[in-house]
Ligand binder design. Structure first.
Ligand SMILES: NC(=O)c1ccc[n+]([C@@H]2O[C@H](COP(=O)([O-])OP(=O)(O)OC[C@H]3O[C@@H](n4cnc5c(N)ncnc54)[C@H](OP(=O)(O)O)[C@@H]3O)[C@@H](O)[C@H]2O)c1
Length: 423
């Protein structure tokens, strides 16, 4: 019997990870979902299928049934409070905790010690990748802990939520989080660099289009994606951030404290953090890390939002425009799904029923044609003409609908070079 999994934290990252666990992990029982804002758990359960998931209304309800407990929560205080509550109220002997939030290495060690003292196992498993990558099951997990515990956690990473993992078996838990933070310093610095570059390109008269074209050619992948988010205005227009300003500042704080404790300094991160402080001031907690561009613009005397850039340009279009630079069609499709709010699987299932509803309606119309066709020598002609017309219309409509629903058939670009097409 496969372990029962309980997932706590259904934010941007958690939702995508749950989707892939439900679709690809070996589960004999529904994935149990829990979130502070309960409606998110209810909505996700409806989207992923109510037979494949269940909603726990309290932590206690989920923990009691679970063998494996995932946490993907916003910050150190929340993770520590959640796990302390579980340990204080439940017997967790033999259960496995997989902690995938980005927190300070010292916090991870503290939590791990408490979990192990309670008779459970612990794996520190921070993840790399934006929410679109979580949706696509393309994260990179960093797994640290005793080898046997890491082996228990692995079935939920490569091939399920992740495209690969960095195995730190038998290494201290803190190393996984240290790598996660050092890795995130690259992301902070990348966004800062792009923001400054775009501002200079605009102010100097070079034009941001040329810079974006160059970035896409030199640094396809995350650089091109963030550059596209800046140019398209996505960095200030979205309702809910992809990488919230508070989470980015938390990472910056941890990085600066780690650097100080190690006798070094991260000046680039300090600059990015100062811009993030301005993002928070300007937009509030719905600000996004890419808002660093807005802060850099304001410093240079420009508006926070780049309203004057061609309205209606979307980030996906900008990323695909420069053909040789397209790194991964999977990544692009998922970025687009995030940006354009594609209908959920549940909606597609709803559309699937319309084929049968349409058939019933056409059947009724054919029956009516048979009964009400004018009597006389042309009755057969009337009947066959009407019935054949209805059936032809139905077939045309049904074929078009099925072509859209079929998961294997989707619009494909024919002008991509083979080496840039990943399946
Ligand atoms: N976004 C990224 O690009 C990214 C990438 C890699 C790793 N991470 C890390 O992954 C973790 C989650 O990130 P995310 O982007 O998914 O964040 P998010 O969308 O803001 O979601 C945060 C989650 O934490 C919960 N939460 C917040 N405060 C809470 C509290 N006081 N008590 C209980 N639950 C609380 C939220 O519940 P509600 O729904 O009720 O608010 C939500 O489930 C963070 O540690 C982040 O640093 C993020």
């Amino acid at each position: 019997m496969a372990p029962t999994v309980f997932f706590i934290g259904l934010g941007n990252m958690g939702r995508g990870m749950c989707k892939n666990i439900v679709e690809k992990a070996a589960l004999d029982r529904p994935l149990i979902l829990y979130n502070r804002t309960a409606q998110r758990a209810i909505d996700l359960s409806a989207a992923l299928g109510i037979t494949k998931t269940s909603v726990a209304s309290t932590l206690a309800e989920g923990v009691a049934k679970a063998d494996v407990i995932f946490t993907v929560l916003s910050n150190d205080q929340v993770v520590e409070a959640t796990i302390s509550e579980i340990l204080a109220q439940h017997d967790v002997t033999g259960k496995l905790f997989i902690e995938s939030s980005t927190i300070h290495p010292d916090t991870t060690e503290r939590i791990a010690a408490a979990v192990i003292a309670a008779g459970a196992e612990f794996v520190a498993a921070p993840v790399f990748g934006a929410p679109a990558m979580a949706d696509a099951g393309q994260l990179i997990g960093v797994l640290a802990g005793p080898k046997s515990s890491v082996a228990r956690a692995k079935p939920y990473f490569t091939g399920v939520t992740a495209k690969g993992d960095i195995d730190m078996s038998d290494e201290p838990y803190s190393k996984a989080l240290t790598l996660k933070l050092v890795g995130n310093s690259f992301i902070l610095n990348m966004v800062e660099q792009l923001a400054e570059g775009h501002v200079l390109a605009e102010k100097s008269g070079l034009g941001t289009e040329y810079l974006h074209q160059w970035v896409s050619s030199m640094f396809p992948g995350p650089y091109a994606a963030y550059s596209a988010r800046m140019m398209s205005g996505d960095y200030y227009q979205r309702d809910y951030p992809l990488f919230a300003v508070d989470l980015a500042r938390k990472d910056a704080r941890h990085l600066m404290s780690l650097a100080e404790a190690s006798g070094t300094r991260l000046k680039n991160v300090e600059v990015a953090d100062a811009h993030l402080a301005q993002v928070k001031e300007h937009v509030g907690e719905m600000g996004d890390i890419a808002g660093i561009y807005g802060a850099a613009r304001k410093e240079a005397g420009l508006e926070y939002g780049n309203q004057n850039y061609k309205q209606g340009t979307n980030a996906l279009h900008l990323m695909t425009k420069h053909k040789p630079c397209t790194p991964s069609t999977v990544q692009l499709r998922n970025l687009d799904a995030h940006l354009q709010q594609k209908p959920a699987r549940q909606d597609r299932q709803t559309y699937g029923w319309s084929i049968f509803i349409g058939l019933a309606i056409i059947g009724a119309m054919c029956g009516a044609a048979w009964v009400f066709a004018p009597k006389g020598e042309n009755q057969v002609l009337w009947r066959s003409s009407l019935i054949l017309s209805f059936i032809s219309c139905y077939l045309m409509w049904a074929i078009t609908l099925l072509a859209q629903l079929h998961p294997l058939i989707e619009p494909r670009r024919s002008d991509l070079r083979k080496e840039y097409i990943h399946h």
